[in-house]
Design a protein around this ligand. Structure first.
Ligand SMILES: [Fe+2]
Ligand SMILES: [Fe+2]
Length: 226
């Protein structure tokens, strides 16, 4: 989905704010490229994902109150969950960080459990996407709301586990050459698997959905180092 299509029908001020956000992000990337470690990159991404967890709960509440799903907002949320959370963030963890931890024989069981939670998340996303195909159906509203709340809860718990149990160990256990390989791999995933400008696009989605669901504007936090 192109950014033009994504923002079709969105107010000029929101578009302007997305553009400002993207510009700020670019400036930040240039300023701090050398500073962020791979673990810090993942941690920054968690802060954005937490915002989407809040949006999912708000979407569930509104859908139940109105008796229908907002197919357009739902599609944007699915785009974020598939394109940013799964194709970018989960890929960095599953293809690079978790194997690096296994190679050091650190937190092997924990990385397996976290990988299973990623799969649980994928099942929730699949069910939400299916429900969005019939936005006026009571069964779809019920299914979406149930899955959205379950996924939001899973995401918060999952992120807390990674932030508090996995990342501190990774920071200590991974030698500098392994950290350098991680950083290179992260760049590759972004360039080859998710495309240029991906973070700016998905930050824009998070911002727009927060505004749509009446959240106070979130103080922008950088999500990536380049
Ligand atoms: Fe994860
Ligand atoms: Fe994560």
């Amino acid at each position: 989905m192109t950014i033009r299509r994504l923002f079709k029908g969105v107010s000029a001020s929101l578009l302007a704010s997305a553009a400002t956000l993207a510009a700020a992000e670019d400036a930040h990337h240039h300023d701090t490229k050398a500073a962020a470690t791979p673990i810090q990159v993942l941690s920054h991404e968690h802060r954005v994902v937490e915002r989407m967890a809040d949006v999912l709960v708000a979407m569930a509440d509104e859908a139940e109150a109105r008796g229908r799903l907002d197919a357009e907002a739902g599609a944007a949320a699915m785009d974020f969950l598939k394109g940013f959370l799964d194709a970018c963030h989960h890929a960095k963890e599953e293809k690079l960080l978790f194997p690096a931890m296994v190679q050091q024989d650190k937190e092997v069981a924990l990385t397996e459990a976290l990988g299973k939670e990623h799969d649980e998340g994928r099942a929730h996303v699949k069910a939400m996407a299916k429900a969005l195909e019939t936005p006026l159906s009571a069964a779809s509203v019920h299914s979406f709301a149930e899955r959205a709340r379950a996924y939001a809860s899973l995401l918060r718990k999952h992120i807390e586990t990674e932030d508090k149990k996995l990342f501190p160990v990774a920071d200590k256990a991974l030698p500098s050459d392994a950290q350098a390989r991680l950083a290179e791999g992260f760049e590759r995933i972004e360039a080859e698997e998710t495309g240029a400008g991906v973070h700016e696009k998905y930050l824009g989605i998070a911002e727009r959905l927060e505004a749509r669901y009446g959240k106070a504007p979130h103080k922008h936090e950088p999500v990536h180092q380049h």
